[in-house]
Design a protein around this ligand. Structure first.
Ligand SMILES: *Cc1c(COP(=O)(O)O)cnc(C)c1O
Length: 388
């Protein structure tokens, strides 16, 4: 086995690199989750979480991966046989749809080409056609991590309003919260779903639901079976600073630290930093003569870039050589994109030189794998970083 030296570059779009401060915070001794010190931690965390979601309402924290928070959003608001409107934006949207089906929901799936976000025009059309208001929720993945395409949530909200439709709006922000602009209250979202291991810079293992008044009202009549995911006992216990079960105490220490980091930098700055690194990455891709998968200028992701390889080239061969030679992990192509794209994660704990190192590794990897790209890509990205 080759001995690797220096830092591993974890440039997949989640899990992301966990800052040393966060790792150190998590190494503290586990405390009594029913004691006063823990109650103070919970209160501090819940206060600091609201602004990151852009909400003044409750945020429910689960010891689960993002998938658990998807399920929580559905089972707390819906009843068996309810219709939900989903958009085929990519792999994660397809998985969420499959979950909805397995929970006994009736999914109306708007087909997509995996290069565009959820279509506001299609949303208006489908909701207007639903004169009986059988659609109870619209489910959208904000940032499709499989494609690097960010759906325009305010336009989906406007579509629901234009159609004058009462459906709830449920949004997956697993790979956008804490990296791409997002505003739960201002954008009229009913349930925001996220996870710990992407923009929030934590290890996997926590996930979240931010919940609107309207979603809380829906929860009072929803009939899908739920117990562990039920918001009510959690929100009630949180009042006093506790959870109805043993929480993931040490991950919560890490969350405390990560929220401090986001608050110190300022969310607007966090969003601007990600957008700038994403733009520099796209200039590299153009300089290599390759295509970015996202096909709409308004929908480029701030947290990752999916790079489309020419016909006949194997994206996983590029990833393999980059891992072996430079100890850097890049994201694989998921679902129907397997072998066709690789994904560069540029989110979380990240700066100009991390991006420069990442793109240098990608450029060398492309050449070593026999994709003729030349040197202009990295040069263009460095110019972008120097001049913006
Ligand atoms: C990572 C991701 C998920 C899945 O989260 P897990 O923590 O793996 O369960 C869901 N949606 C999106 C958009 C993601 O990026």
């Amino acid at each position: 086995m080759t001995v690797q030296t220096g830092r591993h570059f974890l440039q997949i779009p989640g899990p992301t690199n966990v800052p040393d401060r966060v790792l150190r915070a998590m190494a503290a001794p586990t405390i009594d989750h029913r004691g006063p010190e823990f109650a103070a931690l919970t209160r501090r965390l819940l206060d600091a979480l609201g602004p990151v979601f852009g909400t003044s309402g409750p945020v429910v924290v689960y010891p689960a991966s993002g998938t658990g928070a998807w399920e929580a959003a559905l089972v707390n608001t819906l009843s068996p046989g309810d219709r939900v409107l989903c958009f085929e934006t990519g792999h994660f949207a397809s998985l969420w749809r499959a979950m909805a089906q397995s929970l006994g929901l009736d999914v109306e799936f708007v087909p997509g080409d995996w290069r565009h976000g959820a279509s506001p025009e299609a949303a208006v059309e489908r909701l207007r056609a639903d004169t009986a208001h059988r659609i109870k929720a619209v489910c959208v993945v904000h940032n499709e991590t499989s494609t690097g395409v960010t759906s325009r949530i305010p336009e989906i909200r406007a579509a629901i309003d234009t159609a004058d439709h009462p459906a709830l709006l449920l949004v997956d922000t697993v790979s956008s919260l804490g990296s791409i602009e997002y505003r739960h209250d201002a954008w009229g979202v009913d349930v925001t779903v996220t996870g710990s291991q992407k923009g929030l810079m934590l290890p996997p293992g926590l996930s979240f639901n931010a919940v609107s008044e309207k979603a809380l009202a829906a929860a009072r009549t929803s009939r899908l079976p739920k117990s562990f995911w039920d918001w009510t006992p959690i929100i009630d216990a949180n009042e006093a600073g506790f959870f109805p079960y043993t929480p993931a105490t040490n991950l919560l220490y890490g969350l405390d630290e990560a929220l401090d980091m986001l608050t110190d930098e300022g969310l607007e700055q966090v969003w601007a930093r990600h957008a700038r690194h994403a733009a520099a990455t796209r200039s590299a891709v153009r300089g290599w003569g390759l295509d970015v998968l996202c096909a709409d200028e308004r929908e480029h992701s701030g947290s990752l870039t999916a790079v489309l390889l020419p016909e006949g080239q194997d994206a996983d061969a590029v990833r393999k050589v980059v891992l072996e030679r430079f100890d850097m992990s890049l994201g694989t192509g998921l679902g129907r994109l397997a072998g066709k794209v690789f994904r560069i994660g540029h989110l979380g704990h990240f700066n100009d030189l991390t991006l420069a190192g990442t793109l240098a590794g990608v450029q060398m990897g492309l050449e070593l794998a026999g994709v003729p790209v030349g040197h202009q890509g990295l040069a263009d990205a460095l110019d972008h970083l120097r001049t913006t």
